[in-house]
Design a protein around this ligand. Structure first.
Ligand SMILES: C[S@@+](CC[C@H](N)C(=O)[O-])C[C@H]1O[C@@H](n2cnc3c(N)ncnc32)[C@H](O)[C@@H]1O
Length: 501
């Protein structure tokens, strides 16, 4: 067990601060236990026992830290997205904002659109589709569409243009058949002309660094700020407002900027959405927020900086005389997307379906996933969860066993299996599994609590007291208002009170 991190609860405060500073993310208290698991796994994968060594690693300005932040960005961001998400906003774009921008820019025939926090590309691709509909002479225009994100995995996926059916749930049949071709089992390949019309880049919105000084006509930055701290929103708003051309528009998710000061931006209220418009005089634009570079701010690793000035080749300007759009290339000529990315997309689709209790869809996605990657651990875990959710306990257990063959130390599987054992009245089995979790993660308060609950039902008072004493000792290192995650779902103070009653 030498590779396991220190057997104490990882103190989250310095990690929360670092994550906020570097990624902008404010991790909610309900996710603290998950974060702690993820951090413990990261420590383990670097063979570190001491959390402060991991903080030192993250604070370095070298390749190792760069890669580690890349892994954390991938693990900590919510990447939920789909085509034409928010029909109201897209109708507003189609009927009002884009036509206005097109008319305004007609003399120069140029247009710049930016989807900031674009996830797997559904958002900038939806914009590209709208633009091709609104601009019949698009080939004569200098149109640039960027999709940027902090998560390199979603950008890799975006570039393939391959999506599971779930990502097309906001798309009607006509649009679907116009822009997509069936691809692999149940997947869809985006029209390569649309795909090649968007340029994807890594860009971190949370640093207050400039992406470009003016020049962008429209920015979509939706469902990103809900995960940000107030300071990170202020830094990002500075970046976004500076990127906009005077008169350019910014759309966010609804109410994401509630109570936020808006640097250089005016608001316009449409029935479908609030829209922010850059002041016409650049001088009106705000200074960078003072928090943009906090005193403890470490220089950002290169990968979190804008890769290059965003001067991109015109994507829709075809040299061919065939009018754009939709002169589709035959499927065989499109590059084969890397399997890994398809797997990531299938996994995400399965997870979302499971959360939404759409078990038929979840089963289909998992089947496709495991056909392509039979050894996929996450696929096994989700399949076990799916079977357990619908009461197929025997199958759920078999999937747990198979998953443990792949990752013998996964406490997530042991928890799930212990739940199944409890649910099916196999109490001794549940105890064995909970003890295994404690062996693997001696600071797992939830496991002590679950075990003591079983002993309590059996009136094994001494055992209950012993476990309570350990749990209370672990709780002593946490602040009283610290929220313990599922399955505990209570604060430290509440659990302490329950254990001492
Ligand atoms: C929930 S998705 C929203 C995707 C899309 N905008 C939509 O509304 O469908 C949020 C995206 O923001 C990205 N993100 C989170 N923090 C970021 C940051 N600091 N800089 C850039 N992107 C970030 C995530 O990686 C994720 O892809």
């Amino acid at each position: 067990m030498t590779n396991l991190p220190e057997r104490s609860v990882i103190t989250l405060a310095p990690f929360l601060e670092l994550i906020e500073t570097r990624l902008g993310l404010k991790i909610p208290a309900k996710d603290y236990a998950t974060l702690r698991h993820k951090l413990a796994q990261r420590l383990q994968s670097h063979s570190l026992r001491d959390p402060s060594s991991y903080i030192r690693l993250l604070s370095q300005d070298d390749r190792v830290a760069e890669q580690e932040w890349s892994v954390l960005a991938t693990q900590l961001t919510n990447i939920e997205s789909y085509f034409f998400r928010d029909q109201g906003q897209f109708a507003l774009l189609r009927d009002r904002l884009l036509p206005e921008l097109i008319e305004r820019n007609r003399p120069q025939r140029r247009l710049s659109l930016w989807s900031a926090g674009c996830s797997m590309g559904a958002e900038p691709y939806s914009l590209a589709m709208l633009l091709t509909q609104l601009l019949p002479d698009i080939a004569q225009w200098d149109c640039r569409i960027w999709g940027t994100d902090i998560n390199p995995a979603v950008l890799a996926q975006a570039k393939t243009g391959v999506y599971p059916a779930w990502s097309l749930r906001g798309v009607d049949a006509t649009v679907r058949s116009h822009y997509f071709t069936s691809y692999l089992q149940g997947g869809y390949l985006l029209d390569p002309k649309i795909r090649d019309g968007v340029q994807f880049e890594l860009f971190n919105l949370a640093t207050g660094e400039l992406w470009t000084n003016g020049g962008v006509d429209l920015i979509l930055c939706r469902n990103v700020f809900i995960y940000f701290s107030q300071q990170a929103i202020a830094r990002a708003l500075y970046t976004l407002s500076q990127a906009l051309r005077p008169g350019g528009y910014l759309l966010t998710g609804h109410a994401e900027l509630y109570n936020q000061s808006l640097p250089g931006l005016n608001t316009q209220l449409f029935p479908a959405s609030l829209v922010y418009q850059r002041n016409s005089t650049p001088a009106d634009c705000a200074q960078p927020p003072s928090e943009a570079i906090p005193p403890s701010f470490h220089p950002l690793p290169n990968w979190l900086r804008p890769a290059a000035p965003p001067v991109r080749l015109l994507q829709f300007k075809h040299s061919t005389s065939t009018p754009a759009p939709f002169n589709r290339r035959p499927l065989s000529s499109s590059p084969q997307p890397p399997t890994l990315e398809i797997i990531a997309a299938l996994l995400q689709a399965a997870q979302i379906s499971l959360e939404q209790k759409d078990y038929t869809a979840a089963r289909q996605y998992l089947q496709q996933l495991l056909n392509q990657d039979p050894q996929n651990f996450d696929g096994h875990y989700l399949q076990a969860q799916l079977e357990a959710n619908i009461g197929n306990y025997e199958q759920a257990q078999q999937w747990c066993e198979a998953a443990l063959q792949l990752q013998p130390l996964s406490i997530a599987i042991y928890y799930l299996w212990a739940d199944i054992a409890t649910e099916t009245d196999h109490t001794e089995e549940a105890k064995r599994l909970l003890k295994k979790i404690i062996y693997l993660e001696p600071a797992e308060i939830a496991a002590y609590y679950a075990l003591r609950s079983i002993y309590q039902q059996e009136n094994q008072t001494q055992r209950v007291q012993k476990l309570d004493a350990i749990a209370l000792k672990l709780l002593a290192s946490l602040p009283p208002d610290h929220q313990l995650a599922s399955p505990l779902n209570m604060t430290v103070a509440q659990l302490r009170e329950r254990l001492t009653q």
